[in-house]
Design a protein around this ligand. Structure first.
Ligand code: ZN
Length: 137
């Protein structure tokens, strides 16, 4: 799927750069505390678990599960192809970490809560938006 319309571009900073550019190496990069091991998202410089500043982005396996989703039929922007799926994906490393994303590569009506999904990336001039595709089961 192509999103058609341009996605809003994030402003890169020290904390979120790995998340938005990790797709160049095919990696979904999520911040993790080096002291207590807690995964953290959105990217942040301080661990919410132990207040350590020893936080750095690490590659994840890129897999997750659809926790909830909605099908958007509203063409919010010119060029935006509808319908498309907006989903909340729980990451395999820590199912309490969610990404709000799109499920691509299948018809919107084929998406269901509990679907296993795998990250894929849509690149726009150096920004790699993490999207997810269903994993054949
Ligand atoms: Zn910690």
């Amino acid at each position: 799927m192509s999103f058609g319309a341009a996605r809003p571009r994030p402003r890169l900073d020290r904390d979120n750069r790995a998340f938005w550019t990790g797709g160049a190496q095919g990696h979904l990069m999520i911040c993790r505390c080096g002291d207590c091991g807690k995964w953290l998202h959105p990217p942040q410089p301080l661990c919410r678990g132990c207040w350590s500043e020893n936080v750095a982005a690490q590659p994840t396996c890129g897999r997750g599960v659809v926790d909830s989703y909605t099908i958007n039929h509203q063409p919010w922007m010119p060029g935006l192809e509808v319908p498309f799926v907006i989903a909340r994906v729980a990451l395999e490393e820590d199912p309490s970490i969610y990404l709000t994303t799109n499920i691509v590569g299948c018809a919107p009506e084929d998406v269901a809560v509990g679907d296993a999904v795998q990250v894929t990336f849509e690149e726009d001039e150096g920004i790699f938006f993490p999207l997810f595709e269903k994993v054949a089961q």
